[in-house]
Design a binder for this molecule. Structure first.
Ligand code: ADP
Ligand code: MG
Length: 359
C-alpha cells in the first residue's frame, strides 16, 4: 500500500518538532527515515502509525485518508528498538498473540493460526525455535520474532523504529542484509527509522534525510550520497573533506584544480568550500593536468583501505585520502613525499547553507 504525507506538522507544547513534511512512498518500497537523534523520526513514524496525532496535515494509505483513524484501524505492523516480547510466552505464542486477540468474528481458527505462525517462523528462519522463551534467544533472534509478530496480521504497512540499534555491530550488519532480502520477498511497504547512515545506505530503496524537523533530501542511496543537496547531507552521510577555494565564471578553483560547476547550478563569483569524500580523491607521484600539489604527512595502513593525510598550501586542514591497499603498494608513497592529487567528485553549496558549519 502506498503512503502519502501532506504537510504534516507537529508541535509539543508550542515547540515545533515537525514542519511541513511531504513525501510519498510507493507500494512495496523500503524507505529509511534517516537523521540525527532528536530530529523527529520517531514522532513522524508514530504519526504514520496512528500512535500520535499530527498538529496539522493529512496522511493517506493508497487513496484513503487515514489521518483520523486509530493505529488498529490503520492495520500497521510496528517493531521497536527494544524487542518488546512477552517473557512468559514462547516464540510461537508471542507470534500468535495478535491473531488470538482478534474479535471472534474475524479470528482465524486454531489450526489456521498455527499454520500462519509456522509460516512466519520459517520466513524469519526461526522455525526450530518455536518452543523457546525470549530469554533463551540472542538479541538478533528476538528482533526477528518481533518482526514475525508484527507481520502476523498481514499489515498494510510495516514500521520499524531503530530495530537493530540495541544489537552489536556484527549482528546488526547481518540483520541489515537479511531485512533487505526478506523485504523483497515480502513486498510490504516499509519505513525504517535509523540514525545510522551506513545502515540506511545499505538497506533502503530510498532515503528520507531529516534534520531538525524538516526534510533535507529524498533520494536513492546513490543520489543522496553522490549528489547531496545541502552541506548537512554531505556531512551526515560520511567523511568529507572541506576544501577552501573560489568560483569564477561558474568554475571552481582550488589551487591548480579547475572544474566547471554548471552541472550543479549557476554560481556567483565568490569564495566557497568544496566537499570531497576521501575515496573520491586520486593521487599520483607525477603531476597530471589539474592536479593540486601536497605533502604526505601521515599514513595509516590497517586493513584493506589505506588512509593518507596530505598537507596542502592554502588549506587550513590536512586532506584525508583513502585508497585501496593494492593501490598504495603500486604508488609507493611515503611520509614526506610530494604527491599530486585531485577530486574525482566534488560538491559545492550556496554560501548561506555553509555558514552554520563554519562557525
Ligand atoms: P528522533 O526519533 O529523531 O530521535 P523524536 O521524534 O523522538 O526524535 O523527538 C523529536 C523532538 O520532539 C525531540 O526534541 C523530543 O524531545 C521531542 N519530543 C518527542 N516526544 C515528545 C513528547 N511526548 N513531548 C514533548 N516533546 C517530545
Ligand atoms: Mg527515535
Amino acid at each position: 500500500m502506498s503512503i502519502t504525507l501532506h504537510n504534516i506538522s507537529k508541535s509539543f507544547e508550542h515547540v515545533n518538532v515537525l514542519e511541513n513534511i511531504n513525501f510519498s512512498i510507493k507500494q512495496g518500497e523500503l524507505v529509511a527515515l534517516l537523521g540525527p537523534s532528536g530530529c523527529g523520526k520517531t514522532t513522524l513514524l508514530r504519526i504514520i502509525a496512528g500512535l500520535e496525532t499530527a498538529s496539522s496535515g493529512q496522511i493517506y494509505f493508497a487513496d484513503r485518508e487515514v489521518t483520523k483513524l486509530s493505529a488498529k484501524q490503520r492495520e500497521i505492523g510496528f517493531v521497536f528498538q527494544n524487542y518488546a516480547l512477552f517473557r512468559h510466552m514462547n516464540v510461537a505464542e508471542n507470534v500468535a498473540f495478535g491473531l488470538k486477540m482478534k474479535p471472534r468474528s474475524v479470528r482465524l481458527n486454531k489450526t489456521a493460526i498455527d499454520e500462519r505462525v509456522n509460516q512466519l517462523l520459517e520466513l524469519v528462519q526461526l522455525d526450530h525455535f518455536a518452543k523457546r522463551y525470549p530469554d533463551q534467544l540472542s538479541g538478533g533472534q528476538r528482533q526477528r520474532v518481533a518482526l514475525a509478530r508484527a507481520l502476523a496480521s498481514k499489515p498494510n504497512v510495516l514500521l520499524l523504529d531503530e530495530p537493530f540499534s540495541a544489537l552489536d555491530a556484527k549482528v546488526r550488519k547481518d540483520l541489515r542484509r537479511w531485512l533487505r532480502d526478506f523485504h523483497h520477498e515480502l513486498n510490504v511497504t516499509s519505513i525504517f527509522v535509523t540514525h545510522d547512515q551506513e545502515e540506511a545506505l545499505e538497506v533502503a530503496d530510498r532515503i528520507i534525510l531529516m534534520n531538525q524537523g524538516h526534510i533535507e533530501q529524498i533520494g536513492t542511496p546513490a543520489e543522496v550520497y553522490k549528489q547531496p543537496k545541502t552541506a548537512f547531507v554531505a556531512h551526515f552521510l560520511g567523511d568529507v573533506n572541506l576544501l577552501y577555494g573560489y568560483i569564477e565564471n561558474n568554475t571552481l578553483i582550488i589551487g591548480d584544480f579547475h572544474k566547471d560547476m554548471r552541472e550543479q547550478g549557476t554560481w556567483p563569483d565568490q569564495s566557497t568550500i568544496a566537499y570531497v569524500r576521501p575515496h573520491e580523491i586520486s593521487i599520483a607521484k607525477i603531476a597530471r593536468k589539474n592536479d593540486i600539489q601536497g605533502e604526505v604527512v601521515r599514513i595509516h595502513t590497517a586493513g584493506p583501505t589505506v588512509f593518507l593525510e596530505i598537507a596542502v598550501a592554502g588549506q587550513p586542514k590536512h586532506i584525508d585520502v583513502s585508497i585501496s591497499y593494492r593501490q598504495y603498494e603500486q604508488q609507493q608513497v611515503e611520509i614526506g613525499d610530494t604527491v599530486y592529487w585531485q577530486p574525482a567528485l566534488v560538491n559545492i553549496f550556496m554560501q548561506d547553507e555553509l555558514l552554520e558549519f563554519m562557525i
